[in-house]
Write a protein that binds this ligand. Sequence first.
Ligand code: NAD
Ligand code: DAU
Length: 348
Amino acid sequence: MKKIVITGGAGFIGSHVVRLFIKRYPQYQIFNLDALTYAGNLENIRDIENEPNYTFIKGDIVDAPFIEALFLEHQFDGVVHLAAESHVDRSITDPLSFVKTNVIGTMNLLNAAKTIWNGNYEGKRFYHISTDEVYGSLGSDGLFTEMTAYDPNSPYSASKASSDHFVRAYGETYGLPYVITNCSNNYGPFHFPEKLIPLFINNIIQNKPLPVYGDGKYTRDWLFVEDHAIAIDLVFHKGKNHDTYNIGGFNEWQNIDLVKLLCAIMDEKLGRPAGTSEKLIVYVKDRPGHDLRYAIDASKINTALGWKPSVTFEEGLERTVNWYLNNEKWLHNITSGEYTSYYEKQYS
Ligand code: NAD
Ligand code: DAU
């Protein structure tokens, strides 16, 4: 019986990882540790909450004494760390909360793992989930590889870069067995509607403007979230200690092209005349420090572990749009309350 703590398991990607691990590994005891911030939602994992190998723990990774006590009590064998403040725009208005959760929170987990493992690292692993944003911005060509120098531009990416460095440093200094992955933009069910794709789906449903930052020519590399969860499972079990892997979708889109595609799909699904949703597009003030282009070279994880995306963008977008249309209650619950004041502050 292995005891694995997954942090941030009530968030977007974390909920898919928890679900996958619960289903694939009945012999593991999975602990989902999540503070349930605005981004955490127990509805995301409602379907597995009664599984015998699942335990939810509400708690804040910034609270060092709590984290240490929790690790001492449960003696976890593995940590899969996803909990984070994850939205670039929020990091621009409130950078300190990103330092607290992403840097201090990660430090607390590292310290707690180091304490309980106490140099006995057999069968132990600390897996830190990170982002391609640590590499900064690409020009019109080239790809991020694992050797690309860190060059973060936003408070979010700076906090993730910092946490990556601490994880690596604990590996070098204390021998802590770690792996890190840096992934590109995810999309799919349960994505919080502050991020581009779910925000625009929600706005199209409600006939609200679609705020495209700058000229819309920024490029992202999109990956269906279930493929990221599969990669995480693979790296957790088969990845080499003290190593990093890039994960990406081989799927670059300029924002404006992606938005137009989404508009066309939504018009069809909602039975609206072609071109209706595109009329909602408005070009708004750019995001400060906006990275021009991200694109991942995922050949290392492909060669070493045999991973590649299994869901095409066409299929993934279709599944995503269908999910949001079939889960309007989830969307409604999330887009009331705190979301309304965030939205007004961000887009007014
Ligand atoms: P999310 O914002 O949807 O979820 C974050 C989760 O962490 C929430 O459940 C939240 O309640 C929890 N959390 C936040 N602060 C916490 C704290 N102090 N203590 C305990 N729990 C806390 O994020 P996401 O998009 O699912 O991203 C998950 C991870 O993957 C992050 O580390 C992010 O940097 C990384 N990542 C995300 C993407 C992406 O496209 N979304 C891509 C690459 C990497
Ligand atoms: O690359 C991985 C990263 O992808 C993750 O580490 C982050 O957690 C995740 O939020 C995401 O960051 P981005 O900043 O790329 O995602 P976002 O959905 O916020 O924006 C995608 C692109 O769309 C970006 O170029 C900004 C643009 N955009 C976004 C919003 C919210 C708009 O034009 N208008 C908007 O309203």
